[in-house]
Every structure is written in C-alpha cells, then in structure tokens.
Write a protein that binds this ligand. Structure first.
Ligand code: ADP
Length: 504
C-alpha cells in the first residue's frame, strides 16, 4: 500500500496507520458526474501519503475500460440477497494510476452494465435504490472475503448510506463480533440529492418494517437513504464548515434541518481540497503560457489568447469576467440573468462555459448573439477551456444560492482570478471579502454579498469593477488569493484527526 519512504516517515512519528475503506459511487479517473468523484479520487491518495492503509470501492460501470485501468478479477463470486431475490457480484481490483492505492469494483451486469451511472435522458433509473443497496451489501461481504476489517468505513452521499444502515440494523451483521469496532463516517456532498424512494421499493429491497418510522428511514412517507446515513453513522461531515451550519436551518436543510441539529455534536465541516498538480498555473499544459504569483506576465498572455479563442477583441484594459458552471438554479443563474443588462452597459467582456438547464442555454445563446464582441457563451463541457477561462479571466462569477464547497472559486484564486461570490457554504469559507481593513492587511481575496438578490449581486460586481481600475490594489487581491493553500494535504489531516477520534 505504501512506498518504503512513506512507511518510514509514518513510523517515525510513532502512530499506527489506520485501516480506512472509502466507499463512493464515482471516483476520478474511473467514472465522474460531479465533485464527489474529484474528492473520491484525491482524498484516499492524500490519506495514503499520510501513512494509512486506505482502500476505495465503487461500482464497475459499463463505461469503465478494464484494459485501460488494468482491472483484474479477485475472489469468488459473491451471492447477495436483496428482498426475495438473489444476485451475484463479481469483484475486480486495480490501483489508482501511478500509485499502489487499491480500488475495488463491484460488478453486476444487470445493475451496473448500463450506459450511465444514475440515469439516462428519461431521468433516474427506476431501480436506483436496489442498485446501490446491492452495492453496499456487497461491499460488506467483500470485506469478509478479503479478511480485512477497516477501522473506519467512510461513506459518501445516499449511494453508500446503506452501509451504516445495514451495519447498525441487520441482525446477521449485528451478531458478528468483527463489525462491532468498525466506525462509520458519512459525508454529505450535497444535501439536495437525498436518495428518496417509495415504500414499495423499500419493501421490495427487504428493508425491515422496524425502520419505517421518522426517527429512522422514513421521510414524509418515503424511504430516505440520506436520512439513514445521518441517523446510523458515528459521525457526519459535510464539505465546508459553513455548509455544516447552514444545513441545520430551514433555508438549506431540505427538510432534514431538525435531524441535523439533533446530531450537531457529531456533525463537522471539512473543506474539500483541490488537486494542486492538475490546477497549477505554473505548470498547466492547457494554457498558452504559464505563470505564478512571482511572475504574472503569463497571465496577460492567457487573457489575450482567451479573448482570441472566444472571438472577443484582445484588450488588456477591459475587465474579463469568467463563468464555468453547471447551468443550474443552485449556481445563481437567475441573478446573473437579471444583472446582465446593467453589466453590458459597461465596458466589460464576459465568457461563459457551461451545460445544464435548457432555459439558460437559450438565454445565454441569445445574450451572446446580441452582444457579439462582448459576450461569448460556450454551451458544452470542455475541460481544457475551463482551465483557460480560469487563467485568462480577471473576475470569476459564482453567485450560488447554496454551495456545499465549490471548487471553481478555489481554482480561480489559484489562477489569480478574483472571485465575486455569494457568502454561502464553501464560498464563504474559502474567500476573504475586500473590506478596507482586509485589503490593507493583504488578506482580501474576493468580493462577497449576502442577500440572494440581483441588487446585492450588482452592487458587489460594481465594487469589483471599480477596484479593477486600481492596478496595485487588484494585484494585491490576486497575490493574496494565489498564496492560499487549498491542497488536499491540509483537508486529509482533518479527516485523519476525525477518524482517529472515532477509533478512540
Ligand atoms: P459542482 O460540483 O456543484 O458542479 P464545483 O465547483 O464543486 O461545482 O465543481 C465543478 C467542476 O466541474 C469543476 O471542476 C469545473 O471546472 C467543472 N465544470 C463544470 N462545468 C464545466 C464545463 N461546462 N466544462 C468543463 N468543466 C466544467
């Protein structure tokens, strides 16, 4: 699991490494639909570097290329009973590329041999509850097969919530001594996706009727896997401190605020890290020129190149606003739409990269068409362009209604692009607003507003546009942002402390 030098380093500090199983429905580089995959692809590696025996498990989807990632079968087939039916799981194994950190895959053709992870154009797959219940149950049998009992099982979002539910309620598992010492940490990446299913589906899966009450799995007549994860885990985390507080209120709690307040003694917020090797302006191969806080010359080249790529006039003096995002109400696009007209009365340029809600596709297409030379809307997924927008823009716009953590604002800071954000979740935890005091102390990194309304956003954008004219002040903002440490190492140490607390 560890390289020799890592093991030595670890032993030198005198602590015993922990055994951690990381369970996720998506993991970079194998399968990704959102930020969870980024976390699952980075945190286990950061934990392994700290000297822990960390292993990851995920479903084996049809989109995963066995040969490319060297997935090899291990163990005998596992028979898993779900309700009245028996299913068969096959286990495969590989390591994260260029590491020795293991990844197990739960394979079952009917459940996971499909075109997508959770659903297709017609919506979510109808048997998602059963699919992920099966996944979780198999994971527990897999551990038996491996004869490896982790100290902590780290579950993520509703797709792995059945693990704590089963561990703490299944009579067979409860009777087994080996599971007693195993602690479960459950991380909420976005409370809005709760894993809600019908009573019929719960019965079909064999969920015990004893669990069908509001203090266990029932949520207003539905089965809530998210709720089960919260109720039956030893600790709960979410991906920023601010979001951990926010979800205890009706505005952000999605109906679970009461429960989350009840468990607040074991609810913690740990900000996600970013992959500082992939998102590094000093070495980023997606950029036409590299740069750093010490030498910003490359950033001007990136701006001019981005303007050219987006068919905007190549001007250094004009403030260039960037947006890279899912086009979803969560991200504040209704506010952006409302301030667009006022913004375009000014001498500015704007670049948008995103996909999502049809209404925003249409709207931004129209805005770009009516304002060619000022606005460019790229309605697609394009990783390289996302990097070039982060590097070439002056201001990054992210006025989210809610934001559990958010990655793009951290990428922006690292690329010297000053964020304008709403004070919520991870945005509030990663950015220092430009007050006169913060600016003077060299701590200011961006611009924030509180109320979720267009007037507040516009006022804050005006503050940013005004300050952009003061080159010295702007450089101070850029440098302060670029100096911040959002590496996974810092976050992994917080998880490590929590695992140790749980084990203790
Ligand atoms: P969320 O997970 O809520 O969508 P985050 O800010 O946490 O938001 O992460 C979004 C990630 O997806 C970032 O890495 C961002 O660069 C990327 N992304 C979003 N939309 C696009 C797009 N259209 N093209 C390329 N990358 C995108």
């Amino acid at each position: 699991m560890l390289t020799g030098s890592e093991r030595c380093l670890h032993n030198a500090c005198g602590r015993a490494g922990l055994k951690i199983l990381f369970v996720s429905s998506e993991v970079v580089p194998f399968a990704k639909t959102g930020g969870l995959a980024d976390v699952a692809g980075a945190l286990p590696l950061a934990l392994a570097k700290l000297g822990h025996d960390v292993r990851t498990v995920m479903p084996r989807y049809a989109s995963i290329d066995d040969a490319k990632y060297n997935l090899l079968p291990i163990l005998d087939e596992i028979r898993v009973r779900i309700g009245e039916q028996n299913h068969t799981a096959y286990i495969k194994k590989t390591v994260f590329p260029d590491t020795k950190v293991p990844v197990y895959f739960v394979a079952n053709e009917p459940f996971f041999g499909r075109a997508h992870l959770y659903g297709d154009g017609g919506g979510d797959y109808r048997d998602n509850a059963t699919r992920f219940w099966f996944f979780c149950k198999t994971v527990l049998w897999l551990l038996k097969g491996l004869d490896w009992t982790p100290d902590v099982i780290h579950c993520n979002d509703w797709q792995s919530a059945a693990i704590p539910i089963l561990l703490r309620t299944d009579p067979e598992l409860l009777a087994d001594e080996a599971w007693r010492g195993v602690r479960v940490l459950y991380t909420i990446h976005n409370l809005a996706y709760q894993g809600l299913f019908s009573l019929e589906e719960a019965l079909h899966m064999g969920v015990s009727e004893d669990l069908w009450h509001p203090s266990a799995l029932e949520f207003w007549g539905k089965l809530s896997l998210m709720k089960g994860g919260i109720v039956f885990s030893d600790a709960i985390t979410t991906v920023s401190r601010r979001y951990a507080e926010e979800i205890q209120t009706p505005e952000y709690g999605c109906g679970l605020e009461g429960l989350l307040e009840d468990v607040k003694e074991r609810l913690f917020g740990i900000l996600n890290g970013i992959d500082t090797t992939v998102w590094d302006p000093a070495s980023d191969a997606h950029l036409p020129a590299q740069f750093s806080a010490k030498d910003l010359a490359g950033k001007a080249i990136c701006k001019a190149a981005l303007q050219k790529e987006m068919r905007l006039p190549a001007r250094a003096d004009v403030p260039l606003l960037g947006i890279v995002s899912r086009l979803d109400n969560q991200k504040g696009f209704d506010l952006i739409a409302q301030v667009m007209e006022k913004l375009l009365e000014h001498d500015v340029q704007a670049v948008l990269l995103g996909t999502g809600a049809e209404e925003y596709h249409t709207l931004f297409e129209q805005i770009a068409e009516a304002n060619s030379g000022k606005v460019s809307a790229q309605l697609r997924f394009d990783n390289g362009l996302a990097h070039r927008i982060e590097a070439g823009s002056d201001i990054f716009l992210m006025p989210s209604r809610y934001e559990p953590c958010g990655l793009n604002q951290m990428y922006s800071l690292r690329y010297g692009t000053v964020p304008v954000v709403r004070r919520t979740g991870g945005l509030a935890d990663s950015i220092v607003d430009t007050t006169p005091e913060a600016l003077k102390a060299g701590r200011a990194t961006g611009f924030m507003f509180d109320a979720y309304d267009a007037a507040a956003l516009w006022k804050t954008m005006q503050r940013a546009l005004e300050m952009f004219k003061d080159k010295a002040a702007w450089r101070s903002l850029m440098r302060a942002g670029m100096a911040m440490d959002f590496s996974w190492n810092a976050s992994a140490k917080k998880y490590e402390a929590l695992y140790e607390k749980l084990k203790g």
